[in-house]
Ligand binder design. Structure first.
Ligand SMILES: [Fe+2]
Ligand SMILES: [Fe+2]
Length: 198
């Protein structure tokens, strides 16, 4: 299990059960096209899953919303063709998620599909498409922002200065910057450089 060693941490504890369930599903059932990836591994998706759940818990999202974010996390980089920008990998991942739901008799969630579909594009595009597809009462915009923050918080794996914290969208993500660095240090794929937690 990815990140087993941090699940008793007080920040993780409230979401540990959710995390384990979705992490096991990813490990056992989700196929990643880019098997020799060094940047977009299942370890990366596990950290994004945990970070998204922690933010969601701190905001007070429902179990259903947490499930949507979890699905987005475990599928979102599964259909990459390269480790660079690879615009369109969000759309391919969303398609994989949709097919997976149909083939495995799992309920399909339109919000999860949209989060995944637009996660690799600029916020202005994602938010505009979400605004067109959902009514104001639906919380897809918030879920999209949480998901993109969780994905961004794992950018420290790329370089010590790979995350511009001013770009984070949610207040909760701002408070989790040191925690994101701590997660990386505890990860099995490790780091090729030293990071410092302030
Ligand atoms: Fe991605
Ligand atoms: Fe990602």
């Amino acid at each position: 299990m990815f990140l087993e060693q941090v699940l008793n941490d007080p920040i993780c504890q409230p979401v540990a059960k959710h995390y384990k369930r979705w992490c096991i599903l990813m490990e056992q059932n989700i196929g990643f096209w880019l098997r020799d990836s060094v940047k977009h591994t299942k370890d990366h998706c596990a950290r994004v899953l945990l970070l998204a759940l922690v933010i969601a818990h701190q905001i007070g999202l429902s179990d259903e919303e947490m499930e949507g974010l979890s699905m987005a996390a475990i599928f979102h980089d599964s259909r990459r063709l390269d480790d660079w920008l690879d615009k369109g990998h969000g759309k391919r991942a969303a398609g994989y998620y949709q097919d997976y739901c149909r083939e495995h008799g799992m309920p399909f969630d339109k919000q999860t599909y949209y989060i995944m579909y637009y996660h690799d594009l600029d916020d202005t595009i994602g938010l505009a498409e979400i605004a067109k597809a959902f009514t104001v009462g639906e919380r897809c915009t918030l879920l999209y922002q949480i998901f993109k923050d969780a994905d961004a918080l794992d950018r420290f794996r790329l370089a010590p200065d790979a995350l511009d914290v001013n770009m984070l969208r949610t207040e909760e993500a701002h408070t989790l910057v040191d925690f994101a660095k701590y997660l990386l240090q505890k990860s099995s794929d490790g780091l090729s450089y030293e990071i410092y937690i302030f």
